[in-house]
Design a protein around this ligand. Structure first.
Ligand code: HXC
Length: 514
């Protein structure tokens, strides 16, 4: 009996070594952690229950029958993050470079199928040389099996992809389907074709980092949602993210205790919007003041910075913030900002995270570059996402709400639940100068003193339209409030909306403009 127990323990010890000491050293030498070290840093101590530790590949070509490693290059199982369950897989680069074999894929598929039945988030720690070359099409089939699960799991359980090494070829499409992609500077790379193929096909010379490094995917492509300097930092932030979101589409994010008795007035808010409507200010100051403890987890912080998205809490309730940023291109909506906002809104709506919208938007960005690249269909994504969302939706207009952007940014007309405006709000078809030039062009041109006439008309328009009161007269905003009382209003609104029920018409699925 004892021998049998010892055999099991021996096997498990062997499995824990993955590809062996030498390859572990090589992994460390690259500044990377092993699959198991990563899990230890990510999950609650002692909470990891591993599955399929004894799985081996079944390939025989190219002498593979003599090269077998227990676990076959991926560690899978269930664990806890801050006491809440998650499913996770962690690819082991020390075994055939973490490449994906039939058996490796089967382990991930099994985990995903179970996570879906149980209803827990799936976290993938990716560090892989791609398809296991020795297994050919069987490996490609394994990838497709995973892509299918990623797609079916979308909107059912949150999926987070941490990229901790290479991720190339078709392999990139699994993370791309998941809700959040995280990368580490210098050690993670994602591309469909690497620098050598790029050189052959397009004659471009480009480094790994420039082509598919973390900063490239954060700033240029928008593929990465979070970027970190090292793996530890990433794991801390995965834990933080998991805290803001529910386990599955039927669940709700954990509500934190909140002291409603304390004074929630924020007089600092009264001084942020400048007197001059054309002067920028930093919307992040408002975001930080309104969120509990100033705790804001920004998503895609360096992409399309004219819109800010991320998670925080108001009155203990987890919310998704979507805010125009007057500090960057005056907060105008362009293609990238629309796509960034729409994707985030759809995550929040799929997973019952209420939306908090802070609005100061002069409109959509004009120009041939935007028109020819489809600002029409891309701007429509943002509109569609807001209109389709049935989660609690609260808007605060801090300053400009001009033109189509007024409608798009969670207006009352597209089912905003509580829409507030500050006295500094300007809700109009367009800004005073543009409007006056169009509607009074004849009067101004024919006036004795055109400059004087222009000033007069500007004053007239500003007094009449550059305010929130016409919208308030119609009930398009529910209340005009002092900035200092915004936190109280929001905390009450999100508490009240906890029992909100709203549904969309029955259908197979919608057809968001892509
Ligand atoms: C089998 C692989 C492998 C692979 C690496 N290894 N990639 N084994 N299949 N795809 C093995 C190596 O033989 C080596 O084994 C060990 O992993 C570590 O690899 P090194 O090359 O020594 O490591 P490093 O120098 O860090 O380079 C890492 C790498 C490189 C950049 C990932 O290995 C590489 O370019 N691999 C091939 C990548 C690739 O072209 N994959 C196919 C992409 S197409 P030993 O025994 O020496 O430790 C694809 C399609 C997916 O994936 C399609 C889905 C639809």
């Amino acid at each position: 009996m004892k021998e049998k127990f010892e055999k099991l323990l021996r096997l498990k010890e062997e499995a824990k070594l993955g590809g062996g000491e030498k390859r572990i050293e090589a992994q460390h030498a690259k500044g990377k952690l092993t699959a198991r070290e990563r899990i230890e840093l990510l999950v609650d101590p002692g909470s990891f229950d591993e599955m399929d530790m004894l799985v081996k590949h079944r390939a025989t070509n190219f002498g593979m029958d003599k090269k077998k490693f227990l676990g076959d290059g991926v560690v899978t199982g269930f664990a806890k993050i801050n006491g809440r369950p998650i499913a996770l897989f962690s690819q082991d680069f020390t075994v055939f470079g973490g490449s994906l074999s039939e058996a490796h894929a089967e382990k991930i598929v099994k985990l995903m199928d179970m996570a879906l039945k149980i209803g827990v988030p799936i976290i993938g720690l990716n560090d892989s040389g791609g398809a296991r070359i020795q297994e050919g099409v069987v490996s490609l089939g394994g990838y497709a099996d995973i892509f299918l699960r990623n797609t079916l799991a979308s909107g059912v359980v949150p999926q987070i992809s941490a990229i901790l090494g290479p991720c190339a070829g078709g392999a990139v499409y699994s993370p791309a389907i998941t809700d959040f992609v995280m990368m580490v500077r210098n050690s993670s790379h994602m591309f469909v074709t690497g620098p050598n193929v790029v050189k052959t096909v397009t004659h471009e010379e480009v480094s790994f980092d420039d082509l598919g490094g973390a900063d490239t995917h954060m700033r240029k492509s928008g593929v990465a949602h979070f970027v970190y300097d090292n793996e530890q930092e990433m794991f801390e932030n995965i834990r933080r993210l998991v805290d803001f979101i529910p386990l599955n589409w039927k669940d709700r994010a954990p509500e934190k205790e909140f002291d409603f008795e304390k004074d929630l007035h924020l007089p600092e808010l009264d001084d942020i919007v400048p007197e001059n409507p054309n002067k920028p200010y930093n919307m992040k100051e408002i975001v930080n003041l309104l969120l509990d403890d100033g705790d804001f987890l920004e998503v895609q912080s360096e992409f399309a910075e004219n819109i800010i998205v991320g998670f925080g809490r108001v009155g203990g309730i987890s919310v998704g913030v979507i805010a125009n940023q007057p500090n960057v291109f005056a907060g105008v909506l362009d293609i990238n900002a629309s796509i960034k906002g729409a994707r985030f809104i759809r995550f929040c709506d799929a997973f019952n995270v209420p939306l908090l919208v802070l609005e100061d938007v002069p409109g959509f960005l004009p120009g041939t570059e935007q028109e020819w690249n489809g600002i029409i269909k891309n701007g429509a994504k943002l509109l569609f996402a807001f209109a389709e969302a049935t989660v609690p939706k609260v808007t605060v207009i801090t300053r400009k709400a001009y033109g189509g952007a007024y409608d798009v940014m969670n207006s009352k007309h597209i089912r905003g639940d509580f829409n507030f405006a500050w006295p500094t709000a300007e809700i109009a078809v367009m800004g005073p100068k543009g409007a006056v030039e169009i509607i009074f062009s004849k009067e101004i041109k024919s006036a004795e003193n055109p400059d004087e006439e222009m000033r007069k008309k500007l004053d007239e328009y500003t007094t009449r339209f550059a305010n929130p009161y016409i919208a308030a007269e119609r009930g398009y905003v529910d209340d005009v409030i002092l900035p200092s009382e915004t936190k109280i209003k929001l905390a009450n609104a999100f508490q009240l909306l906890k029992t909100k029920v709203d549904v969309n018409p029955k259908k197979k699925h919608s057809n968001i403009p892509l």
